[in-house]
Ligand binder design. Structure first.
Ligand code: ADP
Ligand code: MG
Length: 289
């Protein structure tokens, strides 16, 4: 690649809203065989809303929403907004708040101990889910994310949230397939939820229930299976994966930490930007051979 042709390619990409932070990424993108994408905020909008709430015996919807809402009001996770929005105004103040990354949170409200998070949080805390587990599985198989609330050490409810797929996502996935690429999803979400969304989108491979460090392992596995890999993500927990991928692509609407770790930044959240990046890379490298 001559320096001039690379500069021209980078300029063309910039006009399409694709910013190369590192020039050698233009060369590496052309070798990509698999595109792996974070789910929440990358394939989807990252703005989940509450879709279902099923209480266990002895708990009411109002009580669960009030206490879970009070706890989530302290959290910055996108899931928190879904729950506080449904809980409404006039929530009690929670204290002793503790975020448990990849699991959920813990807090106290109205003198009661509140836990909200994934099934694995309840496993970790030794809380039996009982009949709520099957309910959660049913919701996950519809592509919704099941969360569990426990109050004073007892499973109180399963709360489902759903996050809409971005409008440009199906076209981007089709374009990757048309270019002969494999498409993978990497997510911290429940396996059944991730599988349902992947099936709906025609995604070839899924790595679910990943803690932030697991995303790096997932990338190594996908590289073994499919070859040179581009990873697309937006969150703080995507930064290690963006740094280890052959090409790291951050969504410009994402966190600064993700952008700093990436080789390429998309100005908009639309994944068709990734398609443009790959197309410019191929065109540039073809011209110089
Ligand atoms: P991702 O955003 O890719 O799902 P995270 O590591 O942020 O990955 O979260 C993993 C899982 O942990 C979520 O899907 C959810 O089940 C649970 N979780 C994290 N934060 C919260 C929260 N504030 N409230 C409820 N559940 C949470
Ligand atoms: Mg994300």
């Amino acid at each position: 690649a001559t320096p001039t042709s690379i500069m021209v390619g980078i300029g063309r990409a910039a006009q399409m809203g694709v910013l190369f932070r590192k020039g050698d990424a233009l060369q590496r993108l052309q070798e990509v065989q698999v595109v792996a994408l974070d789910k929440t905020g990358t394939l989807t909008e990252g703005r989940p809303s509450l879709t279902a709430l099923v209480c266990a015996e002895g708990f009411s919807r109002d009580e669960v929403l009030r206490l879970a809402g009070a706890a989530e009001a302290q959290s910055e996770h996108p899931i928190a907004r879904a729950i506080t929005a449904a809980a409404g105004k006039g929530l009690p103040k929670a204290d002793a708040f503790e975020a448990i990354p990849g699991y959920g949170l813990r807090a106290q409200a109205e003198g009661r101990e509140v836990l909200v998070g994934a099934a694995r949080l309840m496993v970790r805390e030794g809380i039996a889910l009982g009949a709520l587990e099957a309910e959660g599985q049913r919701l996950a198989e519809r592509g919704e994310t099941p969360l569990y609330a426990a109050i004073d050490g007892r499973a109180a409810a399963v709360i489902a949230v759903a996050d809409p797929v971005k409008p440009g996502t199906p076209a981007a996935i089709k374009a990757f397939h048309d270019q002969g690429l494999k498409v993978a999803m990497i997510t911290g979400d429940a396996a059944a939820t991730a599988q349902a969304i992947a099936a709906q989108l025609g995604i070839d491979a899924v790595k679910a229930e990943c803690l932030p460090a697991d995303k790096v392992t997932a990338i190594a596995e996908l590289q073994q299976e499919h070859g040179t890999l581009a990873f697309v993500g937006d969150g703080i927990n995507d930064a290690p994966a963006l740094a280890t991928a052959d090409a790291g692509i951050a969504i410009g609407t994402g966190t600064d930490v993700a952008i700093e770790a990436a080789d390429v930044v998309l100005v908009s959240g639309d994944l068709r930007g990734v398609v443009n990046a790959l197309t410019v890379s191929r065109a540039t490298m073809r011209n110089i051979r």
